[in-house]
Design a protein around this ligand. Structure first.
Ligand code: FES
Ligand code: FES
Length: 219
């Protein structure tokens, strides 16, 4: 094992760098060096979530793997030794097969100009890696750092809710009584117009996700 270079993985492929500029942030490394331009660069200051990626690390003592979302514009590449990075290219594409998160965001009309979509997808994807059936609270928290300049938040959240087991939400149609307004309601769900048919969706199959690189578990 070499200790004089930086080693981490991106979408299952090993990256070894010998002379990394300590000021290089992951977003520019991905886009300029690896030509992975799905991760967007926007505010550059951690404020918009367009650059969101998933970072996975193995705890060497317990051999447990943790996944968390991170703003690549704030992540120096030098901090990534031993980490596995997953970008939007790593989970699926229209050329191969869309990941259910990507497919549902598109089918629920959650992508307008699309600039925020990769970041939204990666925040949702990381949430589902940790909670395959998230609660509304977990969804809200996971997407709290992602801004959509087209302001299409409702269909974005709708697409993520399709993974949730909670089904009582009226999507704000009841105003103050809606869980989106953080108040309890016991009223039955009214019939709201649906923009998509859940039957059309690909199922989420956690066994099909990229595995954590075994090599990193031995580091
Ligand atoms: Fe806005 Fe990274 S580019 S949070
Ligand atoms: Fe345009 Fe979100 S779809 S910024």
């Amino acid at each position: 094992k070499r200790t004089d270079c930086l080693c981490f993985f991106v979408n299952g492929k090993k990256v070894v760098e010998e002379h990394v500029d300590p000021e290089t942030m992951l977003v520019s490394f991905l886009r300029e060096k690896l030509r992975l331009t799905g991760t967007k660069s926007s505010c550059g200051g951690g404020g918009c979530g367009a650059c969101t990626v998933m970072v996975s690390r193995c705890n060497p003592a317990s051999q447990t793997i943790t996944h968390f979302s991170a703003n690549a514009c704030l992540l120096p590449v030098c901090q990534l030794a031993g980490a596995a990075i997953t970008t939007v290219e790593g989970i699926g594409s229209s050329k191969t097969r869309l990941h259910p998160v990507q497919e549902r965001l598109a089918k629920a009309h959650g992508s307008q100009c699309g600039f925020c979509s990769p970041g939204m997808v990666m925040s949702m994807y990381t949430l589902l890696r940790n909670h395959p059936q998230p609660s509304m609270e977990e969804i809200r928290e996971a997407l709290g750092g992602n801004l959509c300049r087209c302001t299409g938040y409702r269909p974005i959240i709708d697409s993520c809710r399709t993974f949730s087991q909670e089904s009582k939400c009226c999507q704000g149609n009841r105003g103050v009584g809606c869980c989106l307004n953080e108040e309890e309601s016991t009223e039955p769900e009214p019939s709201a117009p649906q923009l998509f048919n859940k039957e059309d969706f690909l199922p989420l199959d956690p066994t099909q996700e990229l595995i954590f690189p075994p090599e990193l578990m031995r580091m």
